[in-house]
Write a protein that binds this ligand. Structure first.
Ligand SMILES: [Ca+2]
Length: 340
């Protein structure tokens, strides 16, 4: 009798454990899946943007599938791996825009961060070609489940759209994106018109191509939005330990003078509640890009495009948004229990 009771208890515990596990798996499966495409090199906002993504993953808002590094800085991929490893994601896939003729080291912080924090990606040969990694991550995802966040120039995204069928999917890049991607969040352009670096440097043709061939929803975070939001100043210096990669990156970049949060705006949009408090979306037109990378918001005309651009909501103090961004990074404790 005692044995039967014991077996019954064990079966009950096992069932409860299975139910809990199934619920956890369901929650993980329904999180927005995110691919970040960043140019972690000449500016430091990419670093905080990546840290915010790790924070959102720990909060259960997203599932970070991988990071594409669209940069010609030779230490950018290693720096990315070091940050991912710091946040308990040493195996997070990293893609790299390969075969760049002008590969060199020029960033103020990438090599130093890579040298100071453990990581396993030590040569670029270990990184997957960026478009190939995106194809694999998209093919492995449910339909309409992925958000691509670009916070650098658009060469890798163009390569994805131009890619052909492979062992991951029989679909070409444009069809694969149309099937798997829900939305593109893009730090790029200036609104309602202007000329911004991600769109014109070094590859404006890729911007024109991506805008022409993108069929899903696209939300643009223009230069003028992040330019009002300054993070990475003395507040971050006082709150983070000096042994933190975000601390080191901002210290090396400009010693905590503060820096506009251009890239972080695109990441913040993943937190719908916070995004609604901070921003509004203008949807009365579409983005058009000239061959030199300058852009204009065309209102009214029927374009068939599902575009929007971001504005700071009236009455919202940009410093409040900056504090939210810094606090996300400050509150995020590194651990070795990744939420995969
Ligand atoms: Ca960037």
């Amino acid at each position: 009798m005692k044995n039967k009771l014991l077996i019954g208890c064990l079966l009950l515990c096992w069932s409860i454990g299975c139910l809990a596990q199934t619920r956890a798996e369901r929650v993980r499966a329904t999180r927005v899946r995110v691919i970040l495409d960043a140019d972690i090199d000449s500016d430091v906002d990419d670093v905080q943007a990546l840290a915010m993504l790790h924070a959102y993953e720990k909060k259960g808002l997203i599932r970070l599938l991988g990071v594409v590094v669209t940069s010609n800085d030779s230490a950018a991929a290693a720096c990315t791996d070091a940050i991912n490893t710091f946040y308990g994601r040493p195996d997070l896939p990293i893609g790299y825009l390969k075969n760049q003729p002008n590969l060199r080291h020029f960033s103020k912080y990438t090599r130093a961060v890579a040298e100071a924090f453990p990581h396993s990606l030590t040569t670029l040969a270990q990184a997957t070609e960026s478009a190939r990694l995106c194809r694999k991550l998209l093919a492995d995802s449910p339909d309409g489940s992925v958000v691509i966040v670009t916070i650098g120039h658009l060469t890798s995204l163009q390569n994805l759209l131009q890619s052909g069928a492979d062992e991951f999917s029989p679909l070409d890049g444009q069809a694969l994106v149309a099937k798997k991607v829900k939305k593109w969040l893009c730090m790029g352009g200036q609104f309602p018109s202007g000329k911004e670096a991600n769109f014109f440097r070094p590859d404006p043709q890729s911007t024109v191509y991506c805008l022409d061939h993108w069929t899903q929803e696209a939300v643009f975070c223009g230069w003028e939005v992040g330019n009002q939001i300054k993070t990475g100043g003395t507040y971050l210096r006082e709150k983070l330990p000096a042994t933190h990669p975000v601390y080191r990156a901002y210290e090396l970049y400009n010693n905590f003078v503060g820096r506009p949060a251009w890239d972080q705006v695109a990441v913040l949009l993943l937190d719908e509640k916070q995004a609604k408090q901070s921003f509004e979306l203008v949807r009365d037109g579409h983005v058009s890009v000239a061959p030199d990378g300058s852009n204009t918001w065309q209102t009214g005309a029927e374009s068939g495009k599902n575009h929007a651009y971001v504005r700071i909501r009236a009455g919202v103090n940009p410093d409040t948004i900056a504090r939210y961004m810094d606090d996300l990074v400050i509150a995020l404790k590194p651990d070795n229990n990744p939420s995969k």
